[in-house]
Design a protein around this ligand. Sequence first.
Ligand SMILES: Cc1cc2nc3c(=O)[nH]c(=O)nc-3n(C[C@H](O)[C@H](O)[C@H](O)COP(=O)(O)O)c2cc1C
Length: 174
Amino acid sequence: MELMEGLLTRRSVRKYQDKPISKEILEKIITAGQYAPSAHNTRPWEFLVIEDRETLKHFRVMQRSALFAENAAAVILVCGREDIAYGREKEGWSYIDIDCAAATENILLAAHALGLGACWCGATPMTGPMAALKEYFKLPENVKPFSIVVLGWPDETPKQPERAMPERIHWGKW
Ligand SMILES: Cc1cc2nc3c(=O)[nH]c(=O)nc-3n(C[C@H](O)[C@H](O)[C@H](O)COP(=O)(O)O)c2cc1C
């Protein structure tokens, strides 16, 4: 699929066929995530792949809007490494979430390019889901859960509405 076509046709897919995704494809998608830009090229991300049905069912308990993970083939939990992300601790800022968002979007686009359906479900910045995910998956102290990418072979094809908003583009002045 041509890149521009992929960008313009991607939609969130929440209904999946009962069919696994090969390890090779999952690795390919995650590699796409690892090619995302990051502040100072720190690449402060880690990826936890979940395929076990019981664990997939448990996502609804940790983040209720991710309930359809129960019928997915896999979830990629995109996590951020607080110890290596670029930021200024003293000033209280870090690029960790922005970097993880870029990786998440690359994963969504790669999944779409390979014919998979995917949906980004939020973890960061919701304190409840973040704490639940951190505890359930026993994430190390320096690792924060950022997004829950739910994946499967699509069983729906959401239409793409018109999204261009030329009135939101400001040429030279606001
Ligand atoms: C940060 C973020 C969090 C999201 N969380 C959820 C979620 O918890 N559950 C869900 O079904 N969709 C979630 N979505 C998907 C959005 O609902 C979806 O991207 C939006 O409605 C636009 O639709 P599209 O992805 O088909 O273009 C999330 C998307 C983003 C970017």
